[in-house]
Ligand binder design. Structure first.
Ligand code: AMP
Length: 197
């Protein structure tokens, strides 16, 4: 199964991704993790990305697309993937569509984890990551609403979007996610088979 996890920073994507990965046994493609390890490894991409990340802005598409393309070439991604924090712009979404279409690997589902800004700010303020300072949080939320949230329309028009209420205990939220994933999986297996002759 190939699915995208959309949602503002601090919506609980990290916690829920871990559960979903255990449930579906597919590789995790988190561009945030890839960028943080590029910075730690002092790669040229890491050096270019760092200034954007530390100010809460999105890293330019070409850097992101290069990282993702390299990851998607690995054999473990052939049968499925959980895209976490990617795509974040319409350009990234279109590039992903093109790539998956060319390789005959369609997307199955886009989950939008919906949490109001007030709850996000409260959660992020307690996390202690370097880009969790109040002014950086504000910028990251702004980037989400202006550049990433429009992707929900893009995927809803393609019949791929499921919106999940992100308020509640981790177990409650995961139950909602599991229901959406199971529903999609059973509708996939019920697709009529092509005629044999
Ligand atoms: P995350 O861990 O997903 O919250 O990402 C942390 C930061 O990395 C973001 O605030 C962005 O600066 C950058 N980043 C991660 N993924 C992307 C992406 N797909 N496009 C652009 N910037 C990204």
């Amino acid at each position: 199964m190939r699915l995208i996890f959309l949602g503002p920073p601090g919506a609980g994507k990290g916690t829920q991704s871990e559960r979903l990965l255990r449930y579906l046994r597919i590789p995790h493609l988190s561009t945030g993790d890839m960028l943080r390890s590029a910075i730690a490894g002092r790669t040229p991409e890491g050096a270019r990305a760092e200034e954007y990340m530390s100010s809460g802005q999105l890293v330019p598409d070409p850097i992101i697309l290069e990282l993702v393309a390299a990851r998607l070439e690995k054999p473990d991604c052939m049968s499925g993937a959980l895209f976490d924090g990617f795509p974040r712009t319409l350009g990234q979404a279109q590039a992903l569509d093109d790539y998956l279409q060319q390789h005959g690997r369609p997307l199955d589902l886009v989950l939008e984890l919906r949490v109001p800004d007030e709850a996000v700010i409260k959660r992020l303020s307690g996390r202690g990551r370097t880009d969790d300072r109040p002014e950086v949080i504000a910028q990251r939320l702004k980037a989400y609403w202006s550049q990433t949230r429009p992707l929900t329309d893009y995927y809803s028009q393609r019949g791929l979007l499921e919106t999940i209420d992100g308020i509640g205990s981790p177990d409650e939220v995961f139950d909602r996610i599991k229901r959406a994933v199971d529903k999609r999986q059973s509708s996939r297996t019920k697709r009529p088979l092509p005629p044999t002759n």
